[in-house]
Design a protein around this ligand. Structure first.
Ligand code: ASP
Length: 324
């Protein structure tokens, strides 16, 4: 049995006109309605579905994440569940998928999918993506791969995937690693072996709230020092900086971060570039700055929030980032 969990998004979105692919409402149709549009799946898999939420994924939040993670872990423990498919908005899919990648405990496939065009659009892609995701979730070679994303026939690891186009159907890519494989009609093709599984697996059993972590940008004439101070004063425990180039931060912004780090803020340096690795210098490392390695800012934010549940010690958090 494949469990299909609905979170909302464009895949469940509705517009006024068939030609409309902007300005529509995401998260309207139920996951049951989506599945009913796919009777072809009956010859491939037994499916059950459940609505966890129905939101535009720009509005995704910790409460919904914890609800989803607890439900997924409960389902994974059931013997009759072979795999899980999650329908989700594409905007923050990479964050939710990476979150689940870090907090689920099973070798069974977990596959996120969604759509770039609302259900009502000409050549809407959602139902086809849903079909592909279920095919992957059923595939024997999909085990032991952590959480995956299936969009536009590509099978991608939640660890590495990112949304890299605003409107194209082919909107997801893995700039540092490439894809795991493809799903064509009713067959999945895996080309890459499973990437190293995450070593830092986080247990959420007793967790009802996540530490607050925010993201700031660095840019010419960067004025984020004010924002950093305000965030810290309003309860932010960690800040990820989308730095320029290899993670660099404007000196006035960086000076404020240093001051706040002395008061307990944890700072991770990522990059706004979109590919590559951020390593901090030995000097910055001594000051407490932590390099995000190959995690983009939004993924580094997820890992930092989970790490902060266990420790505020920058050395221990650095180790978590280096071994992820
Ligand atoms: N704004 C939508 C969402 O993320 C976009 C999508 O699903 O493609 O829910």
């Amino acid at each position: 049995m494949i469990a299909i969990l609905g979170m909302g998004g464009t895949i469940a979105g509705v517009a006024h006109a068939k030609i409309q692919t902007t300005g529509y409402k995401a998260g309207v149709l139920s996951v049951q309605t989506l599945l009913e549009a796919l009777p072809e799946i009956n010859s491939i898999a037994d499916c059950m579905c459940e609505q966890i939420a129905n939101v535009d994924s720009a509005d995704m939040n910790d409460t919904l994440w914890l609800r989803l993670a607890h439900r997924v872990n409960t389902l994974l423990a059931q013997e009759d569940i072979e795999g899980i498919v999650i329908t989700h908005g594409s905007d923050t899919m990479e964050e939710s998928a990476f979150f689940l990648h870090l907090v689920t405990r099973s070798d069974k496939p977990i596959v996120f999918t969604g759509a770039m065009r609302p259900n009502t659009a000409l050549s809407a892609d959602g139902i086809k993506n849903l079909y592909g995701a279920i095919v992957v979730a059923k595939d024997i070679n999909a085990k032991h791969r952590g959480v995956m994303v299936v969009m536009n026939e590509r099978i991608q690891s939640a660890r590495y995937v990112s949304k890299t186009h605003t409107h194209n159907l082919d909107a997801f890519s893995c700039p540092n690693t490439g894809d795991l494989g493809y799903v064509i009609d009713d067959r999945a093709y895996f080309y890459n072996p499973p990437f190293a599984m995450h070593k830092a697996q986080f247990c959420l059993d007793t967790i009802t709230q996540l530490p607050k972590v925010d993201i700031l940008y660095s840019y010419t004439n960067d004025g984020s020092a004010v924002a950093a101070k305000a965030l810290y004063e309003h309860g932010t425990q960690g800040i990820v900086v989308a730095g320029s180039g290899a993670g660099n931060i404007h000196h006035s912004h960086k000076a404020m971060l240093q001051t706040l780090m002395q008061q307990g803020l944890v700072v991770v340096q990522s990059t706004r570039v979109g590919a590559g690795i951020v390593r901090v210098s030995e000097q910055d490392s001594m000051l407490g700055f932590i390099g995000a390695c190959d995690l983009n800012p939004q993924k580094a934010r997820v890992l930092l929030a989970l790490a902060l549940i266990h420790t505020q010690n920058p050395t221990e958090i650095r180790q978590i980032f280096e071994h992820i």
